[in-house]
Write a protein of this length. Structure first.
Length: 255
């Protein structure tokens, strides 16, 4: 796959400068869920003394593979360059200072002569009980907004909010069959789901349109009812049942 070539070329360019302590992959490639369309999430571990030098040379490293069509500097936990090459492939290059790496998800080690990444202990992409409660509150809040949009006959807002609800629903419903990766939300949701869950998800997806979005939202609540009924006590204590039931009543009352 071309992504492997990109990783090889960019990594070799970085390693040649002898300023990095480790290089590793995360994301779809590390989870073995990638295909020819997948982005590359490449992380480079650099000591503090060489950190600024590395930041200044990131574009040069990326250009070692191909001409760059677009790039942008952003910050998401670590400084990141979003890079799109002129052949359409995308790489996200992260600069990690010292040993401040986060330990969520799988990794594939590209370069690690000092065995620093032996310290890496994978943390699942799972929600804590409190986070589940907060996610359900967000779903209920969006449902309230959706109710207002319906009452105003604002079709565009209804569709937008129905899709927002589906995103939060995806994370919550994933607790049913893939709790360890629930924070991944809709990513590869159908591939990970069991037959019955996949059937429910597809039925909701088919209704997310101008004519049937209300049916889709009602189906989300019905599906979540079954999930919530089986929550263990450690999650139940963080669930605002009054707010959830209030929001559900609003939605079910819409004709």
């Amino acid at each position: 796959m071309e992504q492997y070539k990109i990783v090889e070329v960019v990594s070799e360019k970085i390693i040649a400068d002898r300023i990095c302590d480790a290089i590793y992959l995360k994301g779809e490639i590390a989870r073995q869920e990638h295909d020819e369309y997948s982005d590359i999430d490449l992380f480079v571990l650099v000591s503090e003394k060489d950190y600024d030098f590395f930041l200044d040379k990131r574009i040069e490293y990326l250009q070692a593979y191909h001409a760059i069509l677009y790039y942008n500097f952003v910050f998401h936990i670590h400084p990141e360059v979003i890079c799109v090459y002129d052949n359409g492939y995308r790489i996200n290059l992260y600069a990690v200072k010292d040993r401040s790496f986060t330990q969520y998800g799988e990794i594939i080690v590209i370069y690690d002569p000092k065995k620093i990444l032996a310290e890496y202990k994978k943390i699942p992409y799972a929600f804590s009980p409190q986070e589940i409660g907060e996610l359900l509150n967000l779903f209920s809040l969006l449902a309230n907004d959706y109710h207002v949009a319906c009452k105003r006959h604002d079709v565009i807002s209804c569709l937008r909010l129905a899709n927002y609800l589906f995103e939060e629903f995806g994370s919550l419903f994933r607790l049913r069959f893939d709790a360890e990766n629930a924070k991944l939300g809709l990513k590869h949701l159908l591939k990970k789901s069991d037959w019955e869950s996949r059937k429910i998800i597809k039925e909701i997806m088919a209704l997310l349109n101008q004519e049937h979005h209300l049916e889709a939202v009602k189906m989300m609540f019905i599906a979540l009812d079954g999930l919530i009924a089986n929550f263990p006590l450690k999650i139940v204590e963080y669930v605002n049942f009054d707010f959830y039931n209030f929001s559900k009543k609003l939605i079910m009352s819409i004709n």
